[in-house]
Design a protein around this ligand. Structure first.
Ligand SMILES: Cc1ncc(COP(=O)(O)O)c(C=O)c1O
Length: 394
């Protein structure tokens, strides 16, 4: 049976060679040091697990969440968090939508807005969902390169006038996967003005908003910009903040029209998040201030160890200011795929070729600080030592 065209339009999995090499190494008993997938290795905090257990024992959490937008308890916790963390006001009735993680919200926001031949401005490199979902809706993704010399921010001036006029949606992702870039408030201000002028909706993916290293770099919400709700929806997730990737819980907030559009799309596909998970997520957010510093301190230790190690090999790299990714320029003479293959084959170090995230990712590999197994710093040291022994130098 022929598969749908939308499925055929997805490019083949670009990580195939590396994945095959990793499988071969494991079969030979050589476990690589894995800086690949960005999935927190630390457990969900116990207070969230306890809250889930208690909530799951309450039969009131067992039916469908008929509210459609999320339980009052969860939305109130989100609105409180908005005030405490970002100093913004969001109305729990109409400006917040509970979601099944960030990914679901991204998908359904695209479905809510994009028709065939609509243009969507998509960062390059980027999380693949923006482009794939644009394609599934028949839209055209226009890449906005994120370059080191521009602090991994898109250059709106470089977008041709005709494209600006056609564009209906603008994807932003700060803190950024895979570059670790952060968006200063002035950039969000510029983005809101740009979206207003050319009449597009901004989808700001804030999945990594709580993974940062220095109070001075504490990420902003785009809703901090006056009038942002007219043009923006921002998507948050508990996945990375509370080590809850498997739980599938997050939220979207923004202008009522945008939240309503997402809600209408998603309510025709899924039936919301298990209410016990929403209750546990509320408890998580209520205890954010006590928990987040521990999570941030752990990634800081790992980041500093990896950056120092890479610098000791001559790598011209600065420490990322947010997200748990290190975006490493490859030494001269390598493609990103070639360098990732060398790292895995000669150094038993698994990193992801930057080109996987888009054409502008060529020339980099991504190393995630979410490292499985015991003694993370020892593994980082081992990786650097393997790289030195394997002849890696910049
Ligand atoms: C940039 C970005 N956005 C969104 C997500 C989705 O995360 P989740 O659906 O677990 O919230 C990810 C996951 O890796 C991501 O990297």
């Amino acid at each position: 049976m022929e598969q749908a065209q939308r499925l055929q339009r997805i490019p083949p999995y670009p990580f195939r060679e590396i994945a095959a090499l990793k499988a071969k190494m494991i079969a030979e008993g050589k476990e690589p040091i894995d800086f690949g997938i960005g999935d927190p290795d630390m457990p969900t905090p116990q207070f969230v697990i306890d809250a889930l257990c208690e909530a799951a024992n309450d039969p009131e959490t067992h039916p469908y969440d008929e509210s459609g937008f999320g339980t009052d308890r969860y939305k109130d916790a989100i609105a409180e968090f908005a005030k405490r963390r970002f100093g913004i006001t969001v109305d729990p009735s109409g400006e917040i939508q509970s979601t099944i993680g960030g990914k679901e919200a991204l998908v359904h926001t695209v479905w809510a807005y994009i028709d065939p031949s609509d243009v969507v401005l998509v960062p390059d490199p980027a999380y693949s969902v923006y482009k794939v979902q644009t394609s599934w809706c028949g839209g055209a993704a226009f890449p906005m390169p994120l370059r080191a010399e521009n602090d991994f921010l898109p250059d709106f001036d470089a977008i041709p006038q005709a494209v600006r006029k056609q564009a209906k949606m603008l994807f932003l992702n700060y803190p950024n996967n895979p570059t670790g870039g952060v968006a200063p408030l002035e950039f969000f201000e510029e983005a809101v003005a740009f979206a207003r002028k050319y009449e597009m909706v901004i989808v700001q993916d804030a999945a990594y908003a709580e993974v940062y290293y220095d109070a001075a770099d504490r990420p902003h919400s785009i809703l901090e910009i006056a009038g942002a709700k007219d043009v923006a929806i921002e998507i948050h997730s508990l996945s990375k903040t509370f080590n809850m990737t498997g739980w599938r819980v997050g939220w979207a907030w923004g202008g009522g029209d945008h939240v309503e559009a997402l809600s209408r799309a998603k309510s025709n596909v899924d039936s919301g998040t298990f209410m016990a998970i929403q209750r546990a997520a509320a408890v998580g957010l209520e205890n954010y201030d006590a928990f987040a510093p521990q999570m941030q301190a752990e990634y800081l230790r790992r980041r500093d160890a990896l950056i120092a190690g890479l610098q000791s090999l001559g790598c011209p790299i600065e420490a990322p200011r947010a997200a748990f990714y290190v975006w490493v320029p490859v030494p001269e003479g390598y493609t990103s795929e070639g360098f990732a293959t060398k790292l895995l084959g000669d150094c038993q170090v698994l990193a992801i070729p930057g080109a996987v995230y888009g054409a502008a990712g060529e020339g980099f590999v991504r190393m995630s600080l979410t490292i499985k197994g015991a003694d993370k710093l020892a593994q980082i040291d081992q990786a650097i030592s393997n790289m030195r022994d394997g002849g890696v130098a910049w």
